[in-house]
Design a protein around this ligand. Structure first.
Ligand SMILES: Nc1nc2c(ncn2[C@@H]2O[C@H](COP(=O)(O)OP(=O)(O)OP(=O)(O)O)[C@@H](O)[C@H]2O)c(=O)[nH]1
Ligand SMILES: [Mg+2]
Length: 307
């Protein structure tokens, strides 16, 4: 907590960037707890999720966003809209790049946004534990964009790894340098997220599903938590896994229900740890054609909200 008479410094930081660069991993690392699911599948994050970090200097609220991507579904457009909306409503932008991969069109897009953003921006070249062989390519791209736009801007570029934690103390110091003194903390000091628990539960189920069915159907799967009954230290959760086609139902259920059981076995202990109760999960699979284009269903699943 802040020293006597020293007001805490606070800032809301939008964590943005292309899909799969490690934004959620970074937010989890910085916050020190898993607030956002992570997977090797691009477009894992579907909502804006706030991760809250509080220490002696004050409080940083990280807004993890879905990676911008080309999209044709309502879900995809809502995800892109959330990312843009989040970027417009924060005190500073932390733009994450993957230094082990060549810059892509979406990285170019975020640099252009950063060049003209009204807030302070910081670039973070992630995945330093892998080779950072493309660091120079990102620098060149940034210079090329500034020349092309005939506009220059000083943006600190830090490097590190969300996975191993290197470079993160320096990143926190830079971010606190942008934070402004505030009369009070933005959130209670004990809070690590304000993400609604039904959505958090749905996300954990989706993460376990992604871990098992990596190639086939991930982007066409949606999870809806239908019921959460609290009986003292036991929570009974009933959730439906929505798929687009009958063939996908077979994949999610697996031979003799094995895939579904696997997902439940992984999700239950994690959810129990997360909420400090014993979570019992019932999972159902339902074919709901074009659920990703159904605004009302998406709204039920929390995707139509904004930060
Ligand atoms: N080696 C290495 N892998 C990382 C690092 N950070 C993230 N990853 C991996 O990169 C993949 C994507 O990470 P996420 O955190 O889900 O990426 P994201 O940017 O949130 O992705 P979207 O939510 O899809 O936009 C996962 O497999 C992570 O384990 C890192 O610093 N080093
Ligand atoms: Mg993510």
């Amino acid at each position: 907590m802040s020293e006597k008479n020293t007001p805490p410094c606070c800032a809301v930081i939008g964590v943005v960037g292309r899909a799969n660069v490690g934004k959620s991993t970074l937010v989890n690392r910085l916050v020190g707890e898993k607030v956002s699911i992570v997977s090797p599948v691009a477009q894992t994050t579907r909502n804006t999720i706030r991760g809250i970090f509080t220490e002696a200097r004050g409080q940083l609220v990280f807004v993890d966003t879905p990676g911008l991507h080309k999209s044709e579904s309502t879900l995809g457009s809502l995800m892109n809209r959330m990312a843009r909306h989040a970027a417009a409503n924060v005190d500073a932008l932390l733009v994450v790049f993957d230094g082990s991969h060549a810059p892509a069109i979406e990285d170019d897009g975020w640099m252009r946004r950063a060049l003209f953003a009204t807030q302070p921006c910081i670039f973070f070249l992630n995945k330093a534990d892998l080779s950072h062989s493309y660091a120079a390519a990102y620098q060149e791209l940034w210079e090329k964009i500034q020349q092309e736009k005939q506009h220059t801007r000083e943006v600190p570029c830090l490097r590190g790894s969300a996975e191993s934690g290197t470079g993160l103390p320096e990143l926190l110091t830079t971010l606190f340098g942008l934070a402004t003194p505030s009369e009070a903390l933005l959130f209670d000091a004990e809070m690590v997220t304000d993400y609604p628990r039904r959505l958090a539960i749905a996300d954990v189920i989706r993460e376990k599903l992604f871990a098992k069915i990596y190639e086939e159907v991930p982007h066409e799967v949606g999870i809806r938590v239908d019921e959460l009954t609290e009986q003292g230290a036991i929570w009974q959760v009933s959730a439906t896994i929505l798929v687009n086609r009958p063939s996908q139902k077979g994949i999610v259920v697996g031979p003799k229900g094995r895939t579904l059981r696997y997902i439940r076995r992984l999700a239950e202990p994690e959810l129990s740890r997360m909420f400090g109760v014993s979570v019992e999960l019932s999972l159902w699979v339902k074919v709901e054609k074009a659920w990703m284009k159904n605004f009302w269903l998406l709204r039920d699943m929390g995707y139509a909200g904004s930060i």
